[in-house]
Design a protein around this ligand. Structure first.
Ligand SMILES: [Ca+2]
Length: 175
């Protein structure tokens, strides 16, 4: 009986390892959604690299994600700086998932070098499913760098984030 259990356990661990390795390889080199991303480690496949602030990381369905645990009496924020030389407009995209968040939702903020910033508020849907969010941002105002800050406002529960992307918005063909 013990032997059978041991064999099952070894099998499970090996399967898990193979899956984890595949995910890491995909994220590093082959994930087409990450092409042109101004953020480093936008798909969270590369450890803690790039992301500063009140965040941890976890594996969810063999997928590495960034995790924020909301606090009742304080905001929880994480961020990353990107180079925006010569870019007029940037599209920010990410996805989030939460099953149990109750609170005031998110604040998305872009800080410029001169201390000015632009923000928008965003409610969260706590249904345990992934939701996509897009922000067409046209207020870079010729700054060489901006910092993108995601804040989970006061509340309770856990919010997962993944595939955080900033790409240049190409000029459209219309007049
Ligand atoms: Ca991921």
């Amino acid at each position: 009986m013990k032997t059978i259990l041991a064999i099952l356990l070894v099998g499970a661990v090996m399967t898990w390892r193979a899956a984890a390795q595949e995910t890491a390889t995909m994220g590093a080199t082959e994930n087409p959604a990450m092409a042109g991303n101004l953020f480093r480690n936008g798909d969270m496949s590369n450890g803690t690299m790039g992301w500063q602030g009140d965040r941890t990381f976890a594996t969810d369905d063999d997928n590495r994600v960034l995790v924020v645990k909301a606090k009742k009496n304080s905001e929880q924020a994480f961020s990353q700086s990107i180079k925006t030389d010569k870019l007029k407009d940037v599209i920010f995209k990410f996805r989030y998932k939460t099953a149990d968040y109750k609170g005031r939702g998110l604040e998305l903020r872009v800080r410029r070098n001169d201390g000015s910033s632009t923000y928008r508020d965003q409610e969260l849907t706590a249904d345990g499913k992934w939701h996509d969010m897009t922000w067409n941002f046209s207020q870079v105002r010729d700054h060489a760098n901006v910092v993108f800050v995601i804040t989970v406002k006061e509340g309770q529960g856990t919010v997962l984030f993944d595939d955080i992307i900033a790409v240049e918005k190409k000029e459209s063909a219309s007049q």
